[in-house]
Design a protein around this ligand. Structure first.
Ligand code: ADP
Length: 354
């Protein structure tokens, strides 16, 4: 017989992202509307281990939909990765009679969600990460806000570059993924983007800057993803040396993580949060909520993780054996589409810089 849920927990874990609060609100309100109590667990999985949580009432989550950061705080909890830590966490769930959990975070958070699910605490993941590096979903909560912040900051840099006839090389977050960099480069009219997904032709970039300057262009932006390691600062010096254009360097770093969520992230958080509660209360577990073809769907976490590893080329021995031939074909298709998207956007940035 299907288990009746009386109480669920919600937590935010790993790197924070704007829109996490909107997701917490949606999850809490959706559960409360269905007669289910909600515990807000503080500091990600460490709140489960150290029994640090509060009951969320409808009013507790009032007026947080528009706020950046996370009212539940976030943390990285190494102890949770040990069997002892895991057992402590499960004991705390039992003590509070928590029947299931919604965990908002990135891929590390979803690994923790699987560990809980297989030990009898049904858990569903909601992607909250500015990096957009969960391959199974087209969009993660925080990505849109982070891109908007990059665009706002770089528009300001562009103003001063234009006044002083300069170039600015800007490094943006994204961990190993170039999603933020390539999309913002396009939105900013950058002369080039440097991302991990597509090889960068530095000589062609220098030549283009020299040619455009000779043609009278005053300002240049180059957007570099932090995923291209140990590159951006030295590259800025090379641009100045090789093109004669005065070049400044800026690393936006954590400023991109903060700020109020955009309309897009608030809507995504609401849709994903409500869907997570619906699936959890329907008795499902070990799923990550995704956006595919603009629809909200649920994907098995194991599938999502294997897809990520296949995309990044980090598959471990025997992993693919857990998937059906149909799933593998589906993964190959998704990976090919993602690679094509990057190639298209990269070509577009270069074509439009004239
Ligand atoms: P993100 O969720 O943003 O990818 P992390 O990789 O730092 O961030 O993971 C967040 C938290 O998830 C970790 O601090 C840890 O508590 C938990 N976690 C990560 N990996 C595992 C794992 N292999 N097993 C269990 N829990 C994990």
């Amino acid at each position: 017989m299907e288990k009746k849920f009386r109480k669920i927990g919600v937590l935010t874990s790993g790197g924070d992202a704007p829109g996490m609060n909107a997701a917490v609100r949606a999850i809490a309100r959706a559960a409360l509307a269905r007669g289910v109590e909600v515990m807000g667990i503080y500091g990600g999985y460490s709140g489960l281990i150290h029994d640090n949580m509060i009951e969320l009432k409808a009013r507790t989550v009032s007026n947080i939909v528009s706020r950046g950061g996370t009212i539940l705080y976030s943390d990285r909890c190494e102890e949770f990765k040990t069997e002892e830590g895991m057992q402590t966490a499960i004991g705390v769930c039992k003590k509070h009679e928590i029947d299931g959990i919604v965990a908002i975070g990135g891929d590390g958070t979803f690994r923790g969600a699987t560990d809980l699910s297989v030990r009898g605490i049904p858990t569903i993941g909601v992607p909250g990460t500015i990096d957009n590096d969960i391959t199974a979903t087209e969009n993660s909560i925080g990505f849109d806000t982070a891109m908007n912040t990059v665009v706002q900051m770089c528009d300001r840099l562009r103003d001063t570059c234009e006044s002083h006839a300069r170039c600015n090389v800007v490094e943006v977050m994204g961990r190993g993924a170039g999603d933020i960099a390539i999309n913002t480069a396009l939105a900013l009219g950058a002369v080039a983007a440097v991302i991990p997904e597509v090889p960068f032709d530095e000589a062609a970039c220098m030549e283009k800057i020299r040619r455009l300057r000779a043609d009278g262009k005053r300002s240049f932006l180059v957007i570099v993803s932090e995923g291209v390691e140990h590159f951006s600062e030295a590259f800025a010096k090379r641009v100045q040396a090789e093109t004669g254009v005065e070049t400044k360097f800026a690393r936006l770093a954590h400023v991109v993580r903060g700020g109020d969520p955009t309309l897009g992230d608030r809507i995504l958080a609401a849709k994903m949060g409500v869907y997570a509660v619906e699936r959890l209360l329907a008795g499902e577990s070990n799923l990550v909520i995704c956006q595919q073809d603009n629809r909200i769907v649920a994907v098995d976490i194991l599938y999502s993780q294997i897809l990520d590893r296949k995309y990044k080329g980090t598959l471990k021995e025997g992993m693919l054996e857990k998937c059906t031939a149909e799933q593998i074909a589906q993964m190959d298709c998704a990976i090919e589409e993602k690679k094509k998207d990057f190639a298209r956007l990269y070509a577009m940035v270069n074509d439009l810089a004239r």
